[in-house]
Ligand binder design. Structure first.
Ligand SMILES: [Zn+2]
Length: 162
């Protein structure tokens, strides 16, 4: 097994990097069997000041109290917010909330209308320290990333760098 991270190109020419550990963790929750329910959580990571690249270092996975079915996933917002605060404090403010991820039971995932509505709501309501949030859908075959802009609410799919 190679220890490679996965890079996505952002509109500004900078990169979003998913660490190898994050990719592996997401793949554990891939809905590649009929009994696997939708899963998800938040993205945590760092803004690299010199390069302006962003690295997703860690993710949260379903917490007790989250409701999972094959076609839906509901987060208990309070618990996740607590986790965001805890991680931020324990990392001395270096690990930040960057967005969220969830799985879909399709090979090449695309956001549902409900996903798009939820993402826009997060751009409006969530507390975060940059101009963008990232939304990841883990399909059976591919992992895709969308970038949402806080000021315009535009949501764009990012190209994977090959
Ligand atoms: Zn979805």
């Amino acid at each position: 097994m190679t220890n490679e991270s996965t890079l996505f190109l952002r509109a500004n020419g900078k990169k979003l990097k998913l660490s190898h550990a994050v990719i592996l963790k997401m793949k554990e929750y891939r809905q590649d069997a009929y009994w696997k329910t939708e899963a998800g959580g938040i993205l945590l990571g760092r803004h690299i000041i010199e390069s302006k690249d962003i690295i997703v270092d860690s993710i949260s996975t379903p917490l007790s109290g989250d409701k999972q079915t094959r076609f839906s996933f509901f987060r208990k917002a309070k618990r996740h917010q607590k986790l965001i605060d805890k991680v931020w404090h324990e990392s001395n403010g270096t690990l930040n909330y960057l967005g969220e991820w969830h799985t879909h039971p399709e090979s090449l995932p695309s956001p549902s209308n409900i996903d798009l509505r939820n993402w826009k709501r997060k751009l409006k309501q969530d507390k975060f320290y940059s101009d963008y949030l990232y939304f990841i859908i883990v399909g059976i075959q591919e992992i895709f990333v969308w970038e949402g802009c806080k000021s315009t609410y535009n949501i764009n799919k990012l190209q994977k760098e090959t």
